[in-house]
Design a protein around this ligand. Structure first.
Ligand SMILES: Cc1ncc(COP(=O)(O)O)c(C=O)c1O
Length: 443
């Protein structure tokens, strides 16, 4: 029994919804009609607070006029321009602006349209780089169990969430492998910020080096804080160790910062938060505040320069998208970076993360809560699965939250949360209080 029911006047059949149980959804749809600031408004006029920044992307909150104006202006000035063998000034300006806030040295920017494309692009750059540098045997791509790098064949192959892989097993890239994930409830449940135990799991790289030979491994890709699998902050020292081992073996380290980029941890990027600089960094989502599809791969100068070889008339990297550096995306992105700068949003999370952590951990003693995790303005509450029905408890709580005015991202029986970075303390209280009531009621 739900507390609200939207009169269903829409035909719902044609839209094949992504990552959704279509039949379940269409039987009882949840529809957003508009959004402003921290809140969505549903079709039936209820306010729903956004606990997950859309899908980890509306970091500056919803309905930002500055972005809308920039997009409108761009559409009527230069709606499209090819980026193959042609240019337009905003593409260069946007890349320069991104380079200004990039972790040290990662200031060569390749534009994509999504996190998935950024993942596949970074993997291809890694392969091309090694080949251009006389190490063509380095073709193996290493991901991590429980990782998520989007849905391209590259991202699916290095990803580590079984449901995303199972149906596509036959099409996974040859020569991929995975290091172990770091999630360890037995030792780390209810850790505040970074867990104490598990830095040694980075040594799993040595296992794969021993198995395959370092000279066959091109790159390792990890999310600094895995998000889609339910927010798993890395154990203390883990990423530093991973960096050391990659350097030792000549393996490129790729950080997938599609979620952690643009202020999520209270620093511009997770690389800044952890003091670990990868060789390549993938981004999307917050790059345009979720408004216009866009992504970017940040590459080190070593990698860029390593590919700027051969005759100058020759294309150095046979890769790109029709919409790479789309003028409208660039306009939205520059306006977004202006907002981040003017409102200090790339670091604002640092002043709220303790409050966020304490608010989430106050849910510890509620029924069926088996773990609570946090890092910056990311967080998760995980529930025990019901017997023989994984994700059912999570779904019921998610629906109850929606009905009572909270949107959050369900990931199995966990809730992955990442409010817009404009969130105020009373809104953190609102998110946690609705979630708490929902867990008490239905979990
Ligand atoms: C870490 C990470 N990488 C890649 C992606 C894929 O991004 P997109 O859905 O824009 O392709 C996501 C999406 O959630 C993500 O969280």
């Amino acid at each position: 029994m739900t507390v609200h029911q939207i009169p269903n006047t829409l035909q719902l059949e044609s839209f094949w919804m992504p990552f959704t149980a279509n039949r379940q959804f269409k039987a009882a749809p949840r529809m957003f009609a508009s959004a402003q600031g921290m809140y969505y408004t549903t079709e039936d006029g209820r306010k729903v607070i956004d606990g997950s920044a859309g899908l980890w992307c509306t970091n500056a909150g919803h309905g930002r006029r500055e972005i809308a104006s920039a997009v409108e202006k761009q559409l009527t000035t230069l709606d499209f321009a090819p980026a193959f063998q042609m240019g337009h000034p905003l593409a260069f300006e946007f890349a320069n602006r991104l380079a200004e806030i990039a972790p040290a040295g990662l200031d060569r920017i390749f534009f994509t349209n999504s996190g998935s494309e950024s993942g596949d692009t970074a993997l291809k750059i890694a392969l091309a780089y090694h080949r251009a540098n006389g190490q063509a045997s380095r073709t193996r791509l290493i991901g991590r169990e429980r990782g998520y790098h989007g849905v391209g064949f590259g991202g699916t192959s290095v990803g580590g969430m079984v449901n995303n892989r199972r149906a596509f097993t036959s099409a996974q890239l040859p020569g991929t492998d995975h290091i172990r994930h770091t999630h360890d409830l037995a030792r780390n449940a209810f850790s505040k910020d970074l867990p104490e135990h598990g830095a040694e799991l980075a040594d799993d790289i040595e296992r794969l080096v021993a198995l395959h030979g370092a000279d066959t491994i091109a790159a390792v890709i990890v999310e600094p804080v895995p998000g889609s699998t339910g927010v798993l902050p890395p154990p203390k020292g883990y990423l530093q160790r991973l960096r050391e081992l990659c350097t030792k073996h000549g393996i490129l380290l790729i950080f997938d910062e599609v979620i952690t980029g643009f202020g999520r941890l209270g620093t511009p990027f997770a690389a800044n938060y952890f003091g670990v600089t990868p060789d390549l960094m993938t981004t999307a989502k917050g790059i345009t505040n979720g408004t216009v599809p866009c992504g970017a791969v940040f590459a080190s100068r070593t990698i860029y320069d390593g590919l700027m070889t051969g005759p100058e008339s020759q294309i150095e990297l046979f890769h790109g998208y029709t919409y790479s550096a789309h003028p409208v995306a660039c306009a939205a992105g520059i306006a977004t970076l202006d907002i981040y700068k003017n409102e200090g949003l790339l670091t604002r999370g640092a002043s709220l993360s303790d409050y966020w952590r304490d608010a989430l951990h106050a849910l510890k003693d509620l029924p069926n809560v088996i773990d609570i995790r946090n890092c910056g303005l990311m967080g998760a509450v995980e529930l025990a699965p019901r017997k023989d029905a994984p994700a059912a408890r999570g779904y019921d709580v998610m629906v109850d939250c929606f009905n009572r005015g909270l949107y959050l991202r369900q990931s199995g029986d966990a809730f992955a949360m990442s409010p817009p970075l404009i969130v105020e303390k009373n809104q953190i209280d609102e998110i946690v209080s609705i979630l708490s009531d929902a867990i008490k009621r239905v979990a």
